[in-house]
Design a protein around this ligand. Structure first.
Ligand code: IPD
Length: 261
């Protein structure tokens, strides 16, 4: 049974999803001019954050807030805050590709204690709570059991624009890719993590991610039995800007390979 906080998070995600799905159908059916698509999606993203914020802060007015669009706002309760990405996978959304989601996490004393990631196009709702396990709709989340790198499929993110992370990612790929069955770049860090939790990907890493991209996914992977760390040993994946996760058998090899690179 989800807790009261989790129910609030799920309600907020479902409410924001209704508007996003409507907007996505317009992008998909080319009802938005190519020239204006960027602005249209920015508006959809902001509106989704507004809806989520209204729901979450309406239900828990004293919690703090960190949202992709509206940034950080302290709450009366300094120990708890919502960490929200209203639309993760924005570029996919903009291109009419049905792989994006809403990510909502609850942090307590610096630790993520609940997370919801909702992919409304596929109707997949991932959620987890500390100590309670994780679920995708009615199915229990469990990381994969693969033990061999040669059978593993990992997800990552590829920097775009003029990002300084590109040389490091190319080094990562040169070291990791030859050992594996494949690397995927699907364009939503939140769903990459949810898919690790669901045993679809065997692991995931990315450099240059933000707390709002990964917060909810961190607890999904942990509650599904996987390991998650910052790419720099000892640093929190929420703060270091680099994250690595995998099932327990493959985590060591993946993390070591990346840290050597
Ligand atoms: C991005 C996506 C992408 C990842 C980037 C994120 P956004 O989030 O999760 O997969 O590679 O690092 O910033 O911008 O779509 O919310």
């Amino acid at each position: 049974m989800p807790s009261a906080n989790l129910n609030v998070m799920i309600k907020a995600a479902r409410k924001a999803a209704r508007g996003l799905v409507k907007d996505f159908r317009e992008v998909e059916n080319l009802q938005v001019s190519v020239k204006g698509a960027g602005d249209f999606v920015t508006r959809a993203d902001r509106e989704a954050e507004r809806v989520i914020k209204e729901e979450l802060r309406g239900a828990r007015p004293n919690y703090g807030w960190l949202g992709e669009e509206t940034g950080a706002e302290p709450g009366e309760d300094p120990t708890r805050r919502w960490i929200v990405d209203p639309l993760d996978g924005t570029t996919n959304f903009l291109h009419g590709m049905p792989h994006w989601g809403i990510s909502i996490a609850l942090e307590h004393k610096g630790e993520i204690v609940a997370g919801v990631i909702f992919d409304p196009v596929k109707d997949e709702l991932f959620w987890a709570e500390k100590g309670e396990g994780g679920w995708m709709n009615d199915t229990r989340l469990r990381v994969s059991g693969r033990r061999k790198m040669a059978e593993a499929v990992f997800a990552t993110g590829v920097p775009w624009g003029g990002s300084r992370e590109l040389p490091a990612l190319l080094r990562d790929l040169a070291r990791v890719s030859p050992q594996t069955a494949g690397i995927r770049r699907w364009g939503s860090a939140a769903l990459d993590l949810a898919y690790v939790a669901a045993g679809r990907f065997d692991g995931y890493w990315e450099r240059g991610v933000h707390a709002h991209d990964v917060a909810a996914g961190i607890i999904l992977v942990r509650e599904a039995g996987g390991f998650v760390e910052g790419l720099t040993p000892g640093e929190s994946p929420l703060e270091s800007g680099g994250i690595v996760c995998a099932n327990t058998q493959l985590f060591g090899t993946l993390a070591e390979t990346l840290r050597e690179a």
